[in-house]
Design a protein around this ligand. Structure first.
Ligand code: FE2
Length: 299
């Protein structure tokens, strides 16, 4: 696959060549997140948005209507087997009392997951950005693997809240290595549900782990029952389209429901270190190896 360097920004090009500065590394270690503005160009953002729209256009909402009916087994299977698939998940508020979509399917989907970075050529090319490989290396991932990706729509009016969580709860490894790359494809504001983070909260340890029960289904295991500090300590991270937010796997983060009239589309990619142990009861299981970064020449 070729990489179109003409779409790179100066920021991402410099990052690919020189890596993170000491100040950026210090900020990441202190806060558990790092905001990198102008990582993706407007052209890259619109290419990903167009591709996501194409996927929704091809998606038949009747095909998986049972997903959000009372048939939980079916819903679970659709989700639990999506680790190496591209699947569309509805917003909880997408349907009316009769089970009919309240609005067009294009405005009813919560997210697409979880192997866009592997199966879709446009997302795969973006996810293989050499700056991300360099970032993963600088952040200490010895053998980074691109485990999971999500396209998040945060639809106008019905975009749901994402409760306070740590990504390591869902993508657990021993030791914990999951690192998130979250790209704002549209401006993320307080009104449309920007990320909120508990700065420094990655030093609190992991509170919960989500796992597959041996008898079927999933559950949460409590590792530390003490609550997170008060929600008032959350820091809002409004960012412009094209911004990359790097998230430590233990960072508590949250996003509020979007009740505004503007969507807040984002792409999130999660990497782990192949050197860490990946439990067989993590929710996300794959039938083939997890891809790594493929080295590409910078010029
Ligand atoms: Fe998250």
């Amino acid at each position: 696959m070729t990489t179109n360097h003409s779409t790179y920004t100066a920021v991402s090009q410099a990052l690919a060549e020189q890596g993170l500065s000491l100040a950026q590394l210090d900020a990441y270690q202190e806060n558990g997140f790092l905001v990198i503005e102008d990582f993706a160009s407007a052209q890259q953002c619109s290419a990903l948005m167009q591709r996501a729209d194409d996927i929704l256009t091809a998606f038949d909402p009747q095909e998986h209507r049972s997903v959000f009916s009372t048939d939980n087994q079916d819903r679970d299977a659709y989700f639990l087997e999506s680790g190496d698939q591209i699947r569309c998940f509805f917003e909880a508020d997408a349907f009316d009392e009769q089970g009919q979509l309240r609005q067009a399917k294009q405005h009813s989907i919560n997210k697409i997951g979880h192997a866009l970075h592997e199966l879709d050529p446009v997302f795969a090319q973006f996810s293989q950005h050499p700056a991300l490989a360099r970032l993963a290396q600088d952040l200490g991932l010895q053998n980074p693997r691109l485990l999971q990706s999500m396209y998040i729509f945060k639809q106008p009016k019905i975009g749901g809240e994402v409760g306070l969580h740590q990504d390591a709860t869902f993508l657990y490894t021993t030791p914990i290595t999951v690192t998130g790359f979250w790209f704002a494809l549209e401006d993320a504001t307080v009104e449309n549900g920007c990320l909120q983070a508990l700065a420094g909260g990655h030093q609190l340890g992991l509170k919960q782990r989500y796992f597959r029960r041996p008898q079927g289904g999933t559950d949460f295991e409590t590792l530390d029952p003490s609550p997170f500090p008060q929600a008032a300590a959350l820091e809002c991270l409004p960012v412009k389209a094209g911004t990359l937010v790097v998230l430590h796997g233990l960072l508590p983060h949250f996003s509020a429901a979007n009740r505004s009239s503007r969507s807040r589309q984002a792409y999130a990619l999660h990497c782990i270190d192949a050197a860490a142990d990946y439990p067989s009861d993590n929710w996300l299981q794959r039938t083939h190896p997890i891809p790594g970064f493929v080295p590409v020449p910078l010029n």
